[in-house]
Write a protein that binds this ligand. Sequence first.
Ligand code: UDP
Length: 384
Amino acid sequence: MRYCIVGAGFSGAVIGRALAEAGHKVLVIDERLHVAGNCHSQRDPQTGVMTHVYGPHIFHTGDERVWAYVQRFGAMRPYRHRVQAVAGGMVYSLPVNLLTINQFFRKVMGPEEARAFVATKTRPISNPANFEEQALSMIGADFYEAFFRGYTRKQWGLDPTQLPASILKRLPLRFDYDDSYFAHPHQAIPERGYTELVAAILDTPNLELRLGARFEDLTEAFAHVVYSGPIDRYFHYELGRLGYRTLDFETIRAKGDYQGTAVVNYCDEATPYTRITEHKHFAPWEKVKIEGTILYREFSRFCGKNDIPYYPIRQTNEEAMLKKYVDRAMATPGVTFVGRLGSYRYLDMDVTIGEALAAAEAMLERIATTADIPVFFAPPLQHA
Ligand code: UDP
């Protein structure tokens, strides 16, 4: 019997390939008409720009195994992500670094002076219980108000006091002029786009890819199902719907260079969108040849029934619902839940790939010894 992998994003592609390479027959399905999930990239027919269809995706990792893995499937071009932030009518550099600190406070401080200065602005909170407390203890009220409070309210539709501290912990605070958005040693964009990269992962004997196919409509029996769709959907939402944020994009096309960089964040709450992405800057190796430009104005809102889920919200009530789904899943033989939607976690691409590689390895071991395959390899509740 074949193995069925639901979802042709990074999780499904990596696991599907590993099973197929080990000699198993695999069917990978996706209800969309393209692979790569929300990483999908496509060349805009009007401008010729490679567009990140579901918003900006920048590959970055410190995991050598993951880095070697992605490079097997296509060239990765160096790309250093930098973000500018508009706040109160000024443009600053993010994440908060020495340039941001000096410009914001109109000072000329060196690293140690700035560190001491920012310390006078922060509030000592030993165990920050939420996003706001984390921000006040890490960067202080001035930066929090200017860059994080409004943006976060727009992005999450919640007050930062209702959000976990872990969301802000994704971002560093730097006392030097390093303005790289990510700290990882490997930062890159696939030369031919994410979709080509994922298609290459899926291109292997023993693996059938079926697009435009819903798991709910399949009738054949499988040796095991690996499900990277939303865990609540697998159970027909019987215990309720887990909350997600979804994104809407307003497309702007223009000539030349519109904003001079890939991403500009708009931190003021009065500006309805969160950021503007100018896609051609993600491919510096080809942008010189491209005259036109395409941009997305990004708006965040609660994910409704027919919307595409992006960010798991994971508030307290959702944690309780998730626990019930996890219990239900643990009592369901024949299926393993993986990835961002399968485990309802905010995962970066490299973590997704790393987890998928580990899950595939563990699965193959169990298959070889005819042991039961676990329902989760990365338990959703340990990552709350
Ligand atoms: N954030 C913010 N202002 C910014 C950038 C980020 O308030 O200009 C907050 C926001 O809550 C966001 C979080 O920091 O969800 C993490 O930022 P990151 O850039 O990692 O978000 P992502 O790229 O996943 O959208």
